[in-house]
Design a binder for this molecule. Structure first.
Ligand SMILES: C[S@@+](CC[C@H](N)C(=O)[O-])C[C@H]1O[C@@H](n2cnc3c(N)ncnc32)[C@H](O)[C@@H]1O
Length: 295
């Protein structure tokens, strides 16, 4: 695949196919915002990998952006084989995310408590520690409560910018939250609400929610709208290359951004067709191997 399936002159687009070969064809520095929520279970056979590199003064391969991530990868392998396999899957895709971001751009990587610490190390190596902006905790309160430990009711979202001197961020248009102790602030402040911090209390997509598509890992559009509102401007291009039900596209439509969504699974593409049908700016649907027939 050499011809890009998308350029900045394209309309809103959904591409069906494995994201890596598609990303490799796209023109660099094209996106203001990339939000991804990758699966932890990549569907690949998990395998153990021997450590391929060891730390030494001059023997290491200097990798992407001059960082020595082979060494990190080797070190992680010794601790967690599953994560080393995940690294093989995710690292080349995150390299593409870095290449495809504009200098003012931002990456949001949505994970959970099991892999976020490894991923932080990985992204520090790929982007540079100075490019780390935040770890957002998305806290919710739904479902069963474990009795043998503290029930885990949060996800982790790592935020990295392409260039710490040029990135765009504005909380002017971000939705505000109710004060926890409204009695301690003025009625004007209570009416306005407070700016969100790096802990976002937001309900999951409830079984009876209007936005529910039926896609099992669907994230709430309210969460994505915060990312879009803070880290892009109207008219900017935003992308999710693990798109699932297309929640980033739904947020982008509401906030007047342009969007590219990629997913490898036909069920996700079918859900996105239904979700965007009849909306004001429906996307074109393209298959990595040619035009998709309308469903
Ligand atoms: C956790 S879901 C994303 C859910 C999404 N945030 C939403 O709100 O619906 C991860 C998605 O990544 C897709 N995926 C996994 N591997 C992929 C690959 N190599 N290329 C493209 N999509 C992939 C899966 O099909 C799945 O829909």
């Amino acid at each position: 695949m050499n011809e890009p399936l998308w350029t900045p002159g394209s309309p809103n687009t959904v591409i069906a196919g494995d994201n890596l070969p598609v990303l490799q064809t796209l023109p660099g520095s094209s996106f203001q915002l990339i939000c991804i929520d990758p699966p932890f279970n990549t569907g690949r056979v998990q395998r153990s990998q021997p450590m391929r590199t060891v730390r030494s003064a001059d023997g290491d391969r200097v990798g992407f952006k001059g960082h020595t991530y082979q060494t990190l990868r080797g070190a992680l392998t010794t601790y967690d084989d599953d994560f080393a396999d995940y690294w093989d899957f995710l690292a080349p895709r995150l390299e593409q995310a870095w290449r495809l971001l504009k200098d003012s751009g931002t990456l949001y990587l949505h994970l959970d408590y099991r892999e976020v610490h490894y991923a932080k190390v990985m992204l520090d190596a790929l982007f540079g520690r100075e490019c780390f902006l935040n770890e957002i905790i998305w806290a919710y309160d739904y479902g069963a409560r474990a009795k043998s430990r503290w029930p885990t009711k949060h996800d982790n979202i790592l935020v990295y910018v392409k260039d710490p001197k040029q990135y765009y961020f504005s909380n002017e248009d971000v939705d505000r939250e109710p004060y926890m102790a409204p009695g301690l602030v003025t009625p004007e402040k209570v009416a306005r609400g407070k700016l969100p911090t790096d802990v976002w209390w937001h309900t999951i997509v409830a079984p009876n929610a209007k936005e529910r598509t039926g896609y099992p890992t669907q994230k709430p559009v309210g969460i994505l709208k915060r990312m879009v509102a803070a880290s892009s401007r109207p008219g900017d291009w935003v992308m999710d290359f693990f798109a699932g039900s297309g929640t980033l596209g739904a947020a982008a439509q509401e906030l007047d951004r342009r969007y590219l969504l990629i997913d490898a699974h036909s069920e996700a593409v079918a859900v996105m067709r239904r979700r965007f049908e009849g909306t004001t700016t429906p996307p074109q649907f393209v298959a990595a191997e040619g035009e998709l027939a309308a469903s």
